[in-house]
Design a protein around this ligand. Sequence first.
Ligand code: DAH
Length: 342
Amino acid sequence: MSIFDELTRLKDEVTSEIRGASTLEVLEETKIRVFGRKGGALTTILRGLGSLSAEERPEVGRQANEIKEFLEGLLAERQAELRGEALEGRMLEERIDVTLPGCWPPPGRIHLINQVIRQIKDIFRGLGFGVIRGPEVETDFYNFEALNIPADHPSREMWDSFFLREGLLLRTHTSPVQVRVMEASEPPVRIIVPGKCYRRDAVDATHFWEFHQVEGLLVDEGVTFADLKGTLEVFARALFGKRRRARFNPSYFPFTEPSAEVMVDCFLCEGAGCRMCKNSGWIEIMGCGMVHPRVLSRVGYDTERYTGYAFGMGVERIAMLSRGIDDIRLLFEGDDRFLRQF
Ligand code: DAH
């Protein structure tokens, strides 16, 4: 076979190989076999030009270069084709169905208890009260003694406590913060104290061992029970509706004298009597009174000059009353089906 026949055969063979290549890998193999620096068929022919006779050399060189150019062009074309196909295939394979519904992170919300605390804070802030917090682990002194509840006094039975190490307990009410605030500042004092409290109560529909209170304290010159009544009536109307009336029933707390329970007329039956108000027409919302002089003098306040009032309310009770919830446990279970209703 002459060298020219060989070139023609190579051209035909490689042309059909390139056209028939089904993958980029096969094409690459062909390329190496024909154009490879070492042992490539065409490379070998071109390298061997030197050993040809002077007559043959230019024609063989010309044809070989022509074939080289032709095949290189063909190869590039087929490469582009196969690349396009590969890309298309990958795009099909990796396609993302953007019409599928996504995963929605459920938006969080403020727990009903905190919503009610915020409501209460808003009302008292509007009346000029500051908001402070106190420790949940208290000393026996602040939780009881300083509030005129001596050890072994029967009134301690109003608060069944969780006792910790010697002299420490989980506070049973927010009232100890009254004492802490008065120790730290001189009158006038005008604050509310929202926070968690704990009692060793048996759990039922209206009791839980953990709950929230908002305490209030105002001490200044010339403060009277009339100020207490006016302030709490404004509060009750802001929280339960403009038409509400407040009533003060005599009561007893060791740290107030006189003491009272605040009742509002039932917002469900407008005072006619229903299940909510146990047919009395009135609902108790908090305890209050004039701060006992013994509590004031213990923190060094001049009881001839200063008087004050205090009050304390259960946040769960207010939440339950205002939202018609009949079991306190629902507020602590964290069940979203319940909580998302508020
Ligand atoms: N600390 C009382 C309780 O937990 C509630 C209370 C009543 C607070 C009267 C007061 C108050 O400040 O004056 O039962």
